[in-house]
Design a protein around this ligand. Structure first.
Ligand SMILES: Cc1cc2nc3c(=O)[nH]c(=O)nc-3n(C[C@H](O)[C@H](O)[C@H](O)COP(=O)(O)OP(=O)(O)OC[C@H]3O[C@@H](n4cnc5c(N)ncnc54)[C@H](O)[C@@H]3O)c2cc1C
Length: 373
């Protein structure tokens, strides 16, 4: 019997599997795709993500991957520049195909078992059993659903959950060594567009509010991508991101959800790799604690309360940045207060040393102190 079967070998699944495997538990990852596989993602790792990766994946040298460290960020509202920043600690841009494969290889190197390319596997939840595409059967004690935004595990056990930001992204070669992240808040309903250079390619993308039944906007998107130098948008892939809508209680009996499957994405920026890794780690620790101390599995929800709290805070400020009238006020505030924008990008986004509320309070206090009356 396998102690823990993990569905999905992205950052959430492989982080859970690595923590468990290193503790001596029998684990395996089942993924529908064959690795190395593509994942639609701009590939930005913040400082906190790098620190967490170094903590879990000891000795993994990210510098061996095509990684680009970027400390220049420009915020825009259509053609108006809202702020230009040079960060003390850079953001790091990776290629997700390479990065996810490197994490999976790390897990394999410590003895982890991977069944990838599993298109037709089935899960008999009542029997704690997975039947692989070739007919082989795996019984498990615990199951972690880390199968991304369209999670089948979630759909089966937690109905009625929806993500609402639809993203499109295309890559072009980075022939001119572009080295600035550009985020544009103009023209997108409830989201933003980006131009993010990596070592050898530039990710150009957009994310906008979309729910089933809404009119699609292919002409608008074609225009945007053409203006960014993407001439051919045929075969362009889209993917959903959750902006603040997480699964409040992601544990049922012996099943846990982690990462995108649990809706754990920064509700201001769409950053999801950090929460994926951290929730995967916490899912593993909750299982270990149950096996070693008999603590109920439901403690997993408490373990990720910190993440839920962050997303709730971000959801409040999400409205300020993405609801049209409020957005204008917020962008003007950011424009007039460059040190506020800088501090948010460094502390509230990259390191989590502070949150948005603290940043705003500090900004108010500084203004009051510098006021002549
Ligand atoms: C356009 C775009 C840009 C983004 N940019 C960033 C960024 O710059 N920085 C950042 O931090 N986050 C970004 N995100 C979010 C980030 O990609 C996700 O939050 C992150 O990948 C979540 O990791 P995960 O392991 O939970 O899921 P995933 O990375 O999606 O991994 C899920 C795995 O499960 C597998 N799978 C799916 N369905 C099944 C199934 N039924 N059975 C078995 N296996 C299955 C998939 O093949 C995949 O390997 C972006 C997202 C999008 C859409």
């Amino acid at each position: 019997m396998t102690d823990v079967v993990i569905i999905g070998g992205g950052p959430a699944g492989v982080s859970a599997a690595t923590v468990l495997q290193r503790k001596g538990y029998k684990t395996c990852i089942i993924d529908s795709q064959v690795f190395p596989r593509e994942k639609l993602c701009a590939g930005v790792l913040t400082v906190k993500s790098i620190r967490l990766l170094q903590y879990i994946y000891k000795d993994l040298n990210l510098e061996n991957l095509n990684i680009k460290h970027i400390n220049k960020i420009v915020l825009l509202n259509n053609r108006e520049t809202i702020g230009k920043y040079t960060l003390a600690n850079p953001y790091s841009v990776i290629n997700r195909t390479e990065f996810d494969n490197a994490l999976l290889q790390y897990y394999k190197n410590i003895g982890g078992l991977v069944f990838d390319g599993q298109k037709n596997y089935t899960i008999a939840y009542d029997k704690n059993l997975v039947k692989l595409s070739d007919g082989n059967e795996i019984t498990y004690r615990f199951l972690i659903g880390a199968d991304g935004i369209n999670s089948k595990v979630r759909a089966n056990r937690w109905q009625g959950w929806k993500a609402s930001i639809l993203c499109f992204e295309k890559f072009i070669p980075n022939t001119t060594n572009e080295d600035t992240i550009k985020i544009n808040f103009g023209g997108m309903l409830g989201g933003y567009s980006w131009r993010i250079p990596g070592q050898d390619r530039i990710g150009i993308g957009l994310g906008e509010f979309y729910i089933k039944g809404m009119k699609r906007k292919p002409d608008k998107y074609r225009k945007y991508f053409n203006a960014q130098g993407v001439t051919d948008i045929n075969g362009m892939k889209g993917a959903f991101v959750s902006f603040g809508n997480f699964v409040p209680n992601p544990v049922k009996q012996n099943i846990l959800l982690a990462g995108d499957a649990a809706g754990l994405v920064d509700a201001m920026t769409g950053e999801g790799i950090y929460f994926a890794i951290e929730s995967g780690r916490q899912a593993a620790l909750a299982i270990i604690e149950l096996l070693e101390k008999g603590t109920p599995l439901s403690t997993y929800t408490n373990r990720i309360k910190r993440i839920h709290k962050k997303i709730k805070e971000q959801s409040i400020y999400n409205k300020m940045l993405y609801v049209p009238i409020l957005q204008l006020i917020s962008l003007q505030h950011i424009k007039k207060n460059p040190e506020f924008g800088q501090s948010v990008l460094e502390n509230a986004v990259s390191t989590y040393h502070t949150g948005y509320t603290k940043e705003l309070q500090q900004n108010k206090r500084k203004k009051r102190q510098s006021s002549p009356i």
